[in-house]
Design a protein around this ligand. Sequence first.
Ligand SMILES: [Mn+2]
Length: 345
Amino acid sequence: MILRVLLLSDTHLGFDFPLRPRVERRRRGPDFFANTRAALAPARRGEVDLVVHGGDLLFRSKVPAELVRLALEPLLEVADTGVPVVLVPGNHERSTLPFPLLAAHAHLHVFDQPRTIGIDVAGCRVAVAGFPCERKEIGLRFAELVAATRWQAGADDLRLLCLHQTVEGATVGPQNYTFRSGSDIIPGSDLPNGFAAVLCGHIHRHQVLTHDLGRRPLPAPVFYPGSVERTSAAERDEAKGFLVLEFEAGRDTGGRLVGWRFHELPARPMIDIDASSERGQDVDLRSRLRSRFESADPDAVIRLKVGESLTEEERLVLTAASLRELALPTQTVEVAWARRTGGDT
Ligand SMILES: [Mn+2]
């Protein structure tokens, strides 16, 4: 019997998504919602048996109830079809889902504390152990938290461990920064035996960990689907998407991973334009930027780097209103101030 599990994570819903926008411009928020819904399409079509959201459903913890309602909607649509959905609260939720009653649904399971959720899936008994993101001392508390889930090797056809944490060996960023050890990192050798896979949110780059940094095989592979859209420039070169994992259910084994596939989602291109290198030419900054925006990808998220003190005239070019008028309506421009500028000097 094959069980299919869809894993998505780090949807950061609410980012650049004002409920009552004051100005009309292309925002990034709708892209995060669109990719969340796109990731869940196989679940809505009934092609998977279980959905796990690895956490950071929301972009931050203090949010209006209306945003929580909108963010839960895609998950509840799946739950309404009878496919069980499991959610691990992440650090951006401060490890607890705000307005938890909005998530009340027989088929939506939220880790409000360490526990093991038993779910009957297609006649198989699936045990999903997990706990909300531990934000301080996961490196020290991991074994204790896993024990607190009260999971045990028993009569389960499939056993999964769901986390929103950093595991040793995970990598991020254009320089391939590798997490090695520390109070905020789970040592690979601390992962328990007895799970078919570890399904994990928090690291925004998709990756699968099978060994620790000492090249010892992990007791179970750790799957990071990554974020559904780029949350920062550090993710500019990363493919964004979600995972579908296939397990052979088996009572004496707790299940066995037999295959997996990363499904890519559309992510907007990110480019940098250095405003200071656009200065000092024979054309003014406004005209230079206009032509740079025109030749850039119409779908781009443009980071405009501003690193030097500016003339009064140039400062006016970089106001939000001016940049909206200069860029294409389908582009998004964010100004990145390298240091404080525009003082009284
Ligand atoms: Mn995140």
